[in-house]
Ligand binder design. Structure first.
Ligand SMILES: CC(C)(COP(=O)(O)OP(=O)(O)OC[C@H]1O[C@@H](n2cnc3c(N)ncnc32)[C@H](O)[C@@H]1OP(=O)(O)O)[C@@H](O)C(=O)NCCC(=O)NCCS
Length: 153
């Protein structure tokens, strides 16, 4: 399994995975092309053989000195293999490179697996955003800050 910069040729697998994971809240092809080619950030794909089995899209906001996890997904057949954790590790590396002071994200309040992953990595809920998703459900806004605990450089 290889974690690498996303390529446009990854799109069919990513879009299929996106629909399986997020249904009506999925990003479309145009949005993914923007995230991969124009957005100020980084888009990682996880390749297994010929297939893409996970991805993460990160956005760097220079003014806010923050990195946002815009989207992360692991194909259902490849979960519980620490791929999500490796993508969070890549996020920490990227945030470090950007000298970001915090990492932010939104997660559906009912999404226990993702919330566990984030909490395990030191993210904390800052507030609830109501009516965030297509079905009217709310999101937790979470953040990790500082990136490194005091004393660790
Ligand atoms: C959330 C997601 C990315 C986790 O990916 P994964 O590769 O299966 O996770 P990992 O194997 O790296 O697990 C790392 C940690 O995440 C947490 N976790 C993962 N799956 C979990 C589950 N089903 N229930 C509870 N905690 C879970 C655990 O803390 C786990 O650590 P542990 O195994 O030591 O307990 C994956 O479930 C996914 O793609 N979900 C659908 C898309 C999604 O919801 N994205 C997040 C949008 S905000």
């Amino acid at each position: 399994m290889e974690i690498r910069k996303a390529r446009l040729s990854d799109l069919p697998d990513i879009i299929e995975m996106e629909h399986i994971c997020f249904g009506e809240d999925s990003f479309n092809r145009r949005q993914f092309i923007y995230l991969m080619t124009k957005a100020n950030g980084f888009f990682y794909s996880v390749q297994n053989g010929e297939s893409i089995v996970a991805y993460i899209s990160l956005i760097h906001n220079r003014r806010a000195q923050s990195v946002r996890i815009y989207s992360i997904a692991v194909h259902p057949d490849f979960r519980h293999l620490k791929i999500g954790q490796q993508l969070i590790d890549k996020t920490l590396e990227y945030a470090d490179l950007c000298k970001a002071k915090k990492i932010t994200l939104e997660v559906k309040v009912s999404n226990a697996p993702a919330i566990c992953l984030y909490k395990k990595n030191g993210f904390e809920t800052t507030y609830i955003v109501t009516n965030y998703y297509h079905d009217g459900s709310s999101a937790y806004r979470m953040q990790k800050c500082p990136i490194h605990p005091p004393g660790i450089i």
